[in-house]
Structure formats: structure tokens, C-alpha cells
Design a protein around this ligand. Sequence first.
Ligand SMILES: Cc1cc2nc3c(=O)[nH]c(=O)nc-3n(C[C@H](O)[C@H](O)[C@H](O)COP(=O)(O)O)c2cc1C
Ligand code: SF4
Length: 462
Amino acid sequence: MIDLEPIMISGKEVYPLIEGGKGINASDGRSAGAWAHENCVGTFSGVSPDFYDAKGNVIVEKFMKRIRPERHEEMIDYAIRGGVAQAQVAHEVSGGNGRVHMNMLWEMADSERIIEGVLEKAKGLINGLTCGAGLPYHLGELASKFGVYYYPIVSSARAFQVLWKRAYSNFQEFLGGVVYEDPWLAGGHNGLSNAEDPNQPQSPYMRLVELRKALRALNLDNIPIIIAGGVWRLDEWKDYINNPDIGKVAFQFGTRPMITKESPISDAWKKLMLQVKKGDVILQRFSPTGFFSSAIKNTFLEKLMNRKDGEIAFKTEADNEYTQPLKMSETKTVYIKAEDMEKANRQLNAGLSVIQETPDNTVVFMTPEDWKQMKQDRAECVGCLSQCQFSTWSRAKGTTGKLPDPRSYCIHKTLYDVGHNGSIMDNLVFAGHQVYRFATDPLYRDGIPSVKELIEMIKQGK
Ligand SMILES: Cc1cc2nc3c(=O)[nH]c(=O)nc-3n(C[C@H](O)[C@H](O)[C@H](O)COP(=O)(O)O)c2cc1C
Ligand code: SF4
């Protein structure tokens, strides 16, 4: 057994065990409610959550409006309806136990409107709000307005200090905790800063000690640190529990709860996760948000990795170095280095006959089918992000003013699809780097456990 005393989270004494929020539809009211039911904390995702018709069937998102700003409004309307629906489900399933949190991707366009819309209509059903991917400055103010606790997700003490100084110091009462998410190990988007090397993972220990020091310096010693990213068995975290240098902690599980009876992901997705091998999760930077993220290497990711590998630098005018003409279209020729000619020809000969420019003075190669799909995805954009590198949509300005990046993809389309029984090979499948442990973990030998069974195991340290 692990010495896990209940602690105060979002105004109630609960076990310091949390299911992390996972969009789109990879954690919902059913899974969050099941965690809360066990006197722990469940987090449903507020990113395009499901909502239901009068018979209780999921209404699959359909965007009817012709222009993007109007589709964007449809998306917000759906997100608010979905957030309220999932809060209701979570509350019912919890039986009033534990705590229910909602997670929001801060980089979503109009995330503040969505949060506000949900909190207004789901009063009393949501106890906490977690927010990552970006620096959620307004989170404190927004949550405090509704008397809801808030939990910024950070990957360093420095990020929290910035948030505190610029925004949270005025909203101390409802700061429920700080989620420290390991930027090298966690599933989903990862908060690696420019100063950190994606290939040089650091142990969380000293980073957590630093975070606690920073909290103490701000008189926030009572605030729990929620450790996320790479948490599987708690007997591996004994040194972090009741450790005066780290202080009060809770643990957030993202990947492990995905294979439970209550987890909303498809059976095919669960099956894939049971078979993943060490090294099959890739930390990469293809997300249209510009953040790093961690996902399972499948057909979808391999295509992006190959496209990136085939990338070639060019200039619009020939010079001593860029000597070789490369015809991009009937009207446009660029110049590449002689040493890249073979790389270009290899791709052209393999049928990657469409050449597209990136915002970094490089070109990439793709098949006509992939190019057609890319154009369609851009045309169907619903403006889900505040700034999108794939489509150049910008909520504030209409466009980012940059070239659309063909090394990226529409994250809304692919996550919605995989979250609704879509292909697990042709979509982005987020997962933490420990996902390979499912294959050897005895808990999954005799089938899929319930959330209750998983939590029992976690409490035993296993
Ligand atoms: C499929 C998947 C989707 C995720 N989506 C989100 C998200 O929308 N917002 C967020 O803040 N974190 C998201 N996360 C991160 C989790 O909430 C959690 O912090 C993380 O997975 C913990 O690391 P672990 O995967 O090693 O357990 C996601 C993780 C996964 C695996
Ligand atoms: S193209 Fe970009 S902004 Fe538009 S829906 Fe897709 S990910 Fe969102």
C-alpha cells in the first residue's frame, strides 16, 4: 500500500488521484464521473465534447455555415452544449462523490467564451478548471468569477511564476493547485520551452523541487502540486510522496485510464494501446498550435515524419549554392542545392508530385491525393484555434499573415474523427510515452478493468 492521505482538492477532501482531461472525447462525463465516484477527481475534456439528442444519442458535429467565422460560431455553440452535457453526465455518474473538473485547451479560439458559457449553464456541476497548452492568464479571473477552483498546467517553475506575477496574484482564493506536466513524457501537447532539448529528458525531481520553492516564495505552500506525465505505478513515486522538499502532491493519470471500461475511446484504440512498444510514441512538432506533442507512430504520423524528412531548402533566385532549378508549377520555379537534387527526384519518382512551400523557405512533397485532401481540410476549417499554422486562420486578425504550413494538419478534424470511432491508423493518436506498459501490466491481462479496479490498483502502488 502507498501512504495516500486524502487532501483538499476544489474544496473537498478526496484522494489525490486525478484523471487528466483528454480531448477530443478521450475523457468525458462517463470517465470523469467514474473517477469522482471513487472519491478521486475526474476531468472531462471541454474541447468539442459530445452532446445528445432527446433520445440520448450523440449528435455528431456538422458545420452547415458557408463561411469560416460563422462555422466558428457553430463550433462554440456545440462546445458549450457539449460542456454542459458532459458536466451533467459526470455529476450523475459521480453520485455526488469526489470532484469533477473540466479541461480546456487555452489555445482554442474563444476558449474564454466557451468556459464562461459552460460555467454559466452548469452551475454547481463543475468544481475545477484545468488549462494547459499556452499561458492561461485569464483563467484565474474567469474561474474566480464563478467560484470554481483553477489549475494551470505548467512544465516549469518559471511558467508558473510568470502566470502568478501577471495575473493570478489577484485571484489567490480559487487557485486549487498547479499541475506540473512532464514535457518529455506526457501524452497530448507538451510544454517544452525553446531552452529545453526534446532529446534530453530531465528528471522531474529537481523541477518539482524548484516549483515548490517558487510556490513557497509566493506564500503558496499549501497549494498542492499535481504531478502529471509518466505516472503509472505509485510505488515508483514513493520518494515524491511526503517529501518536504516537494510538499503536498497529487497524481494525474492521462494515458493509463484510457483502457478502462468507462473510457470513451473506441475498442480499436484501446487494442492499439495494448500492443504499442517502447519507442512507438513520438515527441514531435507537427501540431498546428506550434507546440510539441506526443502521439503513437502510425500511418498518419509516419506520413508527416516522411514529409518532414523530405523537406528541402530553396531560394527563388539561383546563386552559387542554390544552383538547381526545381519546377513547382507551370508558373513557378525555385532553386535548390545540387546535393538535394537526388532527394527531390526520389520523391518525385515515388509519386509525390505536388511540391508545396512552407513558411520557412523550404518545400515539401506530397501525392496529388494528399494535396487535394489538404485543400479540402483547409476549406472546411472551423477556426478551432486562436492561431493555426496549418490553415493560417487567426481569431484576432483573420489570418496569421504567414504561408499555410503543409507540414502540419487539421487537429480538429483528426482528433474529432479518432474520438468518434475513426481510423486509428489514419488519424493522430495522442498517447503518453509510457503507453507501452499496458502490454506487460498484469492489470490488463484478463481484460479491461473498471475505473474502480484501476484506482484500487493505484492505491496499492501497482
Ligand atoms: C489522448 C490524450 C489527449 C489529451 N488531451 C489533453 C487536452 O485536451 N488538454 C490537456 O490539458 N491535456 C491533455 N492530455 C494530457 C493529459 O491530461 C495528462 O496530463 C497526460 O496524459 C499525463 O501524462 P501521461 O499520458 O503520461 O499519463 C491528453 C493526453 C492524452 C493521452
Ligand atoms: S484548420 Fe486549424 S483552425 Fe481550422 S479547424 Fe483545423 S486545426 Fe482548427
